[in-house]
Design a protein around this ligand. Structure first.
Ligand code: PLP
Length: 222
């Protein structure tokens, strides 16, 4: 996509999002210059799925932006990820949380994370099942060097955003429940739901962070 289009897409989406809902550009496979165009047009959060790809890209982008990890994080990449990202949106197992906490402690930092909820309970997907999320939140919030700041969900792969609505709604309900529980080390501030074809539905179900790739950058080539 050319420069004009990326900028126009960003401005159109930003204008459409209600106050309080933030736009994250999902940057996997996009070149530094495409990502730069998005930042120049007003994107303040960049999401990457791969540590190595982010390491090769972020330092080339000028301007101020927050860096979110949105892929499946392998334990052996945790140390590197902590140096690259401001927030890990995809905390999806106790063993990953243990590794994040241990590495964060040795760096004297607190890692900010969202719990990834496998809202459709898909066997082939990572994330915590809805019925296990409250327990999981309690457990990982007790780890010294992790601050849970909210929830993230993907939902099943579908073209029809209406099919995602029940999963968004259920994740929102978990978010509200956790907020009421007032667990120490667990703040419910960020609800990350919705992608290019579903962000409107997600926002109507309470998302305050949407992760958008294709609608900003055009179709992915691979
Ligand atoms: C790629 C990706 C997105 C954005 O997907 P689009 O359909 O291109 O908008 C959002 N979230 C995650 C976790 C992704 O990997």
């Amino acid at each position: 996509m050319n420069r004009v289009q990326v900028g126009e897409n960003v401005r159109r989406i930003l204008a459409e999002l209600p106050r309080g809902v933030r736009l994250e550009a999902a940057c996997k496979t996009r070149s530094p210059s495409e990502v730069q165009q998005a930042v120049d047009a007003g994107v303040e959060i960049l999401g990457e799925n791969y540590v190595r790809e982010a390491a090769g890209k972020f330092h080339l982008i000028k301007g101020s932006f927050r860096r979110h990890f949105i892929g499946h994080l392998q334990r052996n990449k945790v140390k590197k990820a902590l140096g690259l990202f401001d927030l890990i949106e995809s905390l999806d197992s106790i063993s990953l949380a243990e590794e994040i906490s241990k590495r964060s402690a040795s760096l004297s930092i607190t890692a900010e994370c969202l719990i990834e909820v496998n809202s459709a309970r898909e066997k082939n997907k990572s994330g915590i099942y809805p019925e296990e999320t409250l327990d999981f939140a309690r457990k990982v919030s007790g780890f010294g060097n992790i601050l849970v700041r909210g929830l993230m969900t993907m939902g099943p792969l579908t073209e029809d955003p209406e099919e995602l609505r029940p999963y968004f709604r259920q994740t929102r309900e978990l978010f509200e429940k956790l907020k009421q529980m007032r667990i120490r080390g667990c703040r419910m501030e960020i609800l990350s739901m919705g992608m290019s074809s579903s962000y409107r539905t997600a926002v109507s179900e309470g998302a305050n962070l949407v992760r958008v790739g294709t609608a900003i950058f055009g179709p992915r080539e691979n």
